[in-house]
Write a protein that binds this ligand. Structure first.
Ligand code: RIB
Length: 303
């Protein structure tokens, strides 16, 4: 089994369930409130650990109770946390999440805190962890200049690089994508990345091909209950998935990425990896919260 390193964010999520999404200027009464370990990076590391992968994480938390709880949660599923620095004087990252209880859809606002302490010198201090890994996974909740630095380092070292471009941004230079092994935006993120509409199958395909033409080797577009679009040198295919009733879609994308990565780390091909990602995220959306919703390997039968 290959060794995975996740580099990214850790947040304590405050989750408010609402009967519908609040409109600007509207006050509504919440039906529940919870605090759950989250952060796109930590969700991916936690899921890979819980599913039995060989995984370490690089990131930062504050010297506070949220930081402690996030570290404990990762340790509980055997994530190697030696690359997570505890920084005094800067608070742990947080996210505020509204979940519409009728659809399970969410809106998220993050407060970066220590996630923005993951700087280029930070990466240099922890470079040995990148050297020790085979597959590196990152997202975009740390400073973008750090993301670019990691990308160049990882490709120079000849490792496999998986980028989950979330939160997406529309100002990423074209050369950033060159040489990345796998990206996994959802259709909304793809629209932000390309500036093109993704409202029809044809438009989705055009946008996915555009990302491929920028130099990404495998473009995976996760479409939730509508499946996954794969564009690579070998093929352009649509991989359907099972429809489930979503209760809370938080961490759906993170858990899909985690499923794909753990499967790749076991030597599976990309079709099998997408299938595993879909199984994991298909369970996650039926449960509340981020890390609280991640299934175990036993629940994903053929992992
Ligand atoms: O992808 C879901 C995650 O996004 C949440 O856990 C929240 O912390 C934000 O980072």
């Amino acid at each position: 089994m290959k060794k995975i390193l996740v580099i990214g964010s850790l947040n304590m999520d405050t989750v408010v369930t609402t009967p519908h999404m609040p409109k600007p200027g509207e006050t509504i009464i919440s039906t529940s409130l919870a605090q759950v370990p989250g952060g796109k990076g930590a969700n991916q590391a936690y899921a890979i650990g819980k599913l039995g992968g060989n995984v370490a994480m690089m990131g930062a938390v504050g010297k506070d109770s949220f930081g402690e709880a996030l570290l404990d949660n990762l340790k509980s599923v055997n994530v190697d946390v030696n690359g997570i620095e505890v920084i005094d004087g800067v608070p742990t990252g947080q996210a505020y999440i509204w979940v519409d209880e009728s659809t399970g859809q969410n809106s998220i606002v993050t407060v970066s805190g220590t996630n923005f302490e993951v700087t280029i010198p930070f990466i240099d201090r922890n470079r040995h962890l990148i050297e020790a890994a085979d597959i590196i996974v990152m997202q975009m909740e740390i400073p973008f200049e750090t993301v670019v630095y990691i990308k160049n380092l990882v490709l120079e070292m000849g490792k496999t690089l998986v980028v989950d471009p979330a939160p997406a941004r529309g100002d990423i230079p074209d050369d950033f994508w060159q040489g990345i092994d796998y990206i996994k935006p959802n259709e909304t993120e793809l629209e932000i990345l390309t500036g093109l509409p993704t409202d029809t199958q044809e438009n989705l395909m055009t946008s996915a091909r555009m990302m491929k033409s920028k130099g990404v080797k495998n473009v995976l577009i996760s479409l939730g209950g509508d499946g996954c679009l794969l564009v690579s040198d070998e093929e352009e295919s649509f991989i359907p998935t099972m429809k489930v009733k979503a209760v809370d879609t938080t961490a759906a994308g993170d858990s899909f990425t985690a499923g794909v990565v753990i499967s790749l780390s076991r030597g599976d091909d990309i079709h099998k990896a997408i299938e595993v990602g879909q199984k994991v995220s298909g369970i996650v959306v039926t449960r509340k919260g981020a890390q609280s919703s991640i299934p175990s390997a036993e629940e994903i039968k053929d992992l």
